[in-house]
Design a protein. Structure first.
Length: 193
């Protein structure tokens, strides 16, 4: 008489586990599926030639339009033909402040190499980003993403996160976490290895 109750109990437990795991699997699948955006820069290409737009290595980097701390509207596609570093950071992020020292050290070399540094301030106000840039003499382009929408296009889960994009707009490398020195930045640049 004890065996049927224990078998029933096991079936109930297994059923409950399945009921709980199915939503987790669905959420995980949705969260890790690639973001699809409308094609922009490859309008005339055939489907076989057109790279997928997304945040993974080998994808065409999603284009975006943001306002910089010096009040200019910029798009990533404005820099097509040049390698670009898109660094997601915030003024309130401790590791980002640490990384700013390494980026400041490598910034002149990036300019000489023709690399554009776009340091996208995420979930920050324009005033905070402007003040931080001014107080720390940051000389690179700082677009502000106050809602985190652009960071979402790139599947940014933590900051700092940096995407390296080649002249054709293709993601070549992704660095999660802060750069601690100049060499760490330079070894990831497309075409400089």
């Amino acid at each position: 008489m004890n065996r049927p109750k224990s078998a029933l109990f096991l079936w109930i437990i297994l059923g409950a586990i399945l009921v709980l795991l199915i939503p987790v699997a669905i959420i995980d699948r949705v969260a890790h599926s690639p973001l699809t955006l409308p094609a922009n820069s490859t309008a005339g290409a055939t489907p076989r030639e057109q790279p997928k737009i997304g945040w993974r290595i080998g994808d065409e980097a999603p284009d975006f339009l943001l306002t910089t701390t010096d009040n200019h509207d910029i798009k990533l596609s404005d820099y097509r033909g040049r390698p670009v570093m898109v660094n997601f950071w915030a003024t309130w992020c401790g590791p980002c402040r640490l990384e700013a020292v390494a980026l400041k050290a490598v910034s002149p070399k990036l300019s000489r190499l023709g690399v554009v540094l776009l340091a996208v301030s995420v979930k920050d106000s324009m005033e905070n980003a402007q003040s931080y840039a001014r107080d720390n003499d940051l000389d690179w382009i700082i677009p502000v993403d106050p809602t985190g929408t652009v960071a979402g296009y790139y599947n940014v889960r933590g900051i700092p996160t940096t995407y390296f994009i080649d002249e054709k707009g293709i993601v070549t490398s992704i660095k999660i976490g802060p750069f601690l020195n100049e060499e760490e930045v330079l070894e990831r640049l497309p075409g400089t290895k």
